[in-house]
Design a protein around this ligand. Structure first.
Ligand code: DX5
Ligand code: ZN
Length: 233
């Protein structure tokens, strides 16, 4: 299991120090939630903030685009230093083209599904992506309650990817993850867990990371994501 802490729950007045603390605590990933106030009812940040953090961090930048028509901004988010760009299945009418465009920049491509969105299109897109993000809350805010049906959806996603000969595709789960449900999520097939409120509210970060890891000891697989490294800038 890889833990990707969501920047949304960090102290925004001290972002540089927060990122240093994460690296010192042994975290390798950072989940960056980009919201446009249209796809979701909240506005966060865009490429300039990511670019300035990139300059001071060696973390793998996992960028979750909760924006309408994300294809318009791929180049900007690549230039800002993203290592993985995740677009929403509900936000783009030309997903195959968008996912291919992301990969053409040598950035990992991910596809996110809202809780109410069926995974069926993976049959046609699994070859074009590196990661599937299962939303286990409705996107927009951190600190929401985990939707229990997500566990079955993770299991169905893993089974579908395996049946398509796409076992290398990584499954990320986002929303309401905590040490108490981490084992169930990993057993269902999650490679990567995003955590915002259940991570940042419980310093020190090394101890909190250990709580997630201990919960998942001996569970899950060696994920292809363990070999993913931040791009050279
Ligand atoms: C929700 C975001 C999540 C969120 C996770 O729209 O995509 O990444 O920050 O926060 P928690 O872990 O508190 O649900
Ligand atoms: Zn997210």
């Amino acid at each position: 299991m890889i833990l990707s802490p969501s920047l949304l729950s960090a102290n925004f007045a001290e972002l540089g120090r927060e990122l240093q603390d994460l690296e010192k605590a042994g975290l390798g990933w950072l989940h960056l939630d980009v919201m446009d106030g249209a796809f979701v009812p909240n506005i966060t940040f865009g490429p300039p903030l990511i670019k300035s953090l990139r300059g001071q961090s060696g973390l793998f930048f996992d960028v979750h685009l909760m924006i309408e028509e994300p294809a318009r901004y791929i180049e900007a988010f690549v230039a800002a230093g993203s290592d993985l760009l995740v677009v929403h299945a509900e936000a783009d009418r030309h997903l195959q083209r968008t996912l291919s465009a992301i990969r053409a920049h040598h950035v990992k491509a991910g596809l996110a599904f809202n809780p109410g969105t069926d995974l069926g299109m993976l049959r046609w897109l699994a070859q074009d992506l590196d990661l599937v993000l299962i939303m286990s809350v409705n996107p927009g805010f951190s600190g929401q309650q985990f939707i229990p049906a997500s566990v079955e959806k993770i299991r169905a996603c893993r089974a579908l990817l395996d049946s398509l000969d796409c076992s290398q595709v990584v499954i990320e789960v986002d929303g309401g993850a905590c040490p108490e449900n981490a084992a169930e999520l990993v057993q269902a097939g999650a490679d990567l867990l995003v955590s915002g409120s259940a991570f940042f509210a419980y310093p020190p970060y090394a101890t909190r990371l250990a709580a997630f890891q201990t919960a998942c000891t001996g569970l899950g697989r060696h994920s292809p994501a363990e070999t993913w490294k931040p791009r050279k800038q």
